[in-house]
Design a protein around this ligand. Structure first.
Ligand code: 0X9
Ligand code: ZN
Length: 324
């Protein structure tokens, strides 16, 4: 049936079926938008959850963006985004305030090619599955593939955005995990997402991109140690999120920016959302766990991770979009 039990990690086609089911069962609330295609031709589907673009007073509502599945092997990310979607739609009554207060744009899997590859072939795959050596350098590929067989595929989507692209913490070697791509937005996935967000950038007040793992609520910038002008606002909103998260079952999160908590990287989605799209509250969320299981987080933790993360999302959404 069309059930997401969250007892296991689902394949992309199962998730699409569930999205379709939601849009048929709740046509007043749920709309499916295909924003583009992956390198291998899979559809990129955004779910819009909305009770109408305008408030009762006739004002245009703010919007929230949430995506998951940028990095293929971080399976908890799409699962948590699907869980969030389920709460917004199927528990509408409980979550009425935040659902009515904003238009929600939700992309559960940003990188379906990589996600499927991590299920079928290589559990630790991170990047997309594009092949730029074929596209960009036909002759050298022919020669090197003659000697070496397969070329190195895939781009790290979180190094591929056109904001300080390729400056730090990114590789220009197609065989590395953090390959930034031959140029910014070389990937149809990052391009489609950026076009979609740019068309709605003035309405989107909160941007969340879900990753794993290490239990961190990361603020921009990722590319530099310099603080954003509104650093204090981002930090206090981040603390609000992790406090709400912590209250659910005690999971501890850190709040801060990537260069101090992890490492600096450039061409990231969060930096782009803030630096180019101008979305004030742009965060990268590193979900469970602390490294005990890492990317191999057991499916038995999906529900608990979903619950606590949704509490954080709810707290932040309430503060940002329901303040009037
Ligand atoms: O390195 C990344 O892309 C993210 N960590 S992950 O383990 N999920 O790969 C962190 C990105 C933080 N944001 C920026 N540095 N802009
Ligand atoms: Zn990641």
């Amino acid at each position: 049936g069309h059930e997401m039990t969250f007892k296991r990690y689902h394949r992309y086609s199962d998730m699409l079926h569930y999205l379709e089911y939601l849009s048929i069962k709740y046509p007043e609330l749920v709309e499916m938008i295909t924003i583009g295609k992956s390198s291998l031709g899979q559809p990129l589907k955004v779910v819009k959850v909305s009770t109408g673009q305008r408030t009762k007073k006739g004002e245009i509502k703010p919007a929230v963006w949430i995506d998951g599945g940028t990095h293929a092997r971080e399976w908890i990310s799409p699962a948590v985004v699907m869980y969030t979607l389920k709460q917004l739609v199927e528990n509408f009554k409980i979550n009425r305030k935040i659902v009515e207060g904003a238009d929600w744009y939700i992309l559960p899997v940003s990188n379906p090619d990589g996600y499927e590859y991590s299920h079928s072939t290589d559990r630790f795959w991170r990047k997309t599955r594009s092949n730029h050596e074929i596209e960009d350098e036909k002759q050298s590929r022919t020669l090197s593939s003659f000697f070496w067989g397969e070329t190195c595929r895939g781009v790290d989507m979180n190094r591929n955005w056109n904001f300080h692209w390729g400056e730090v913490g990114a590789s220009d070697d197609p065989c590395q995990e953090t390959y930034a791509g031959p140029r910014p937005f070389s990937e149809p996935e990052t391009r489609a997402i950026s076009d979609f967000i740019m068309d709605r950038k003035d309405r989107i007040k909160l941007y969340l991109t879900m990753h794993a793992y290490s239990q961190m609520w990361l603020i921009p910038w990722g590319y530099t140690n310099k603080k954003t002008g509104d650093y204090d606002d981002l930090m206090s909103m981040g603390r609000k999120a992790v406090d709400a998260l912590n209250r659910v079952s005690g999971t501890q999160y850190q709040v801060g920016h990537s260069p101090s908590l992890l490492y600096p990287t450039s061409g990231g989605a969060d930096d782009w959302a803030k630096g180019v799209a101008g979305i004030k509250y742009a965060y990268t969320v590193e979900l469970r766990d602390d490294g005990t299981y890492g990317f191999l987080l057991p499916a038995s933790q999906i529900v608990a991770t979903g619950k606590e993360t949704f509490a954080a999302i709810k707290a932040v959404a309430r503060a940002i979009v329901c303040k009037n």
